[in-house]
Design a protein around this ligand. Structure first.
Ligand code: G3D
Ligand code: MG
Length: 182
């Protein structure tokens, strides 16, 4: 009996500063929120193993999240290199971060064109402070041909689901070789 076949998928997480990129990655990979995590200096890097024993597969999701600061511009090419997918994050309580998603998409197209996309409206737990509607989130996602989820890194809401969706898309394309039509 041979062991499971292993795959590595690099995923990059993009969006304005403080939208919750690092918190989402930390919640997904470590099941933690706000535990003395070091602020992003250039880029963070986390790994999540996803085992699919029924398919004899082991997938290593390698998740990178970038610090938004302009002075880290020089790390961009190496940050994006070899990315299999992009996750775009905005903060449902800050309209500006929603409007800036298009800039992140534009940048990602330059370095990692034509890869699957997921759009996340984060901080859905802050109900009172919310300024971007679900309809607006869905409209943007449709325009970007991305899946859309409203997440809370704080309350671990929809965090696993969106990464699972992404992983399934990547398996379809790279393992089962289904054509990517988006
Ligand atoms: P970034 O990596 O995109 O820059 P961070 O963002 O993950 O550092 O998060 C920025 C701030 O938003 C942090 O607060 C973090 O705790 C908070 N945050 C992240 N996700 C959520 C969420 O889903 N809900 C709520 N309520 N807050 C969230 P601080 O105060 O540490 O700056
Ligand atoms: Mg961060």
């Amino acid at each position: 009996m041979s062991g499971p076949k292993e795959y590595i998928f690099k995923v990059v997480v993009l969006g304005d500063g403080a939208v919750g990129k690092t918190s989402l990655v930390l919640q997904f990979t470590e099941r933690k929120f706000n535990e003395n995590y070091i602020m992003s200096i250039g880029a963070n890097f986390a790994i999540k193993m996803i085992n699919k024993p029924e398919e004899n597969l082991a997938i290593r999701l390698q998740i990178w999240d970038l610090a938004g600061q302009k002075h880290f511009q020089f790390v961009r090419p190496s940050f994006y290199r070899g990315a299999f997918a992009c996750i775009f994050v905005f903060d449902l309580t800050r309209r500006e971060s929603y409007e800036h998603v298009k800039n992140w998409v534009e940048e990602s197209e330059q370095y990692a064109p034509g890869v699957p996309r997921i759009l996340l409206g984060n901080k859905v737990d802050l109900i009172e402070e919310r300024v971007v509607s679900k309809t607006e989130g869905e409209a943007l996602a449709q325009e970007l041909r991305a899946s859309y989820y409203e997440t809370s890194a704080k309350e671990a809401k929809n965090v696993d689901i969106c990464f699972d969706d992404l992983n399934n898309q990547l398996m379809d394309i790279h393992i089962w070789k289904k054509p990517y039509s988006k």
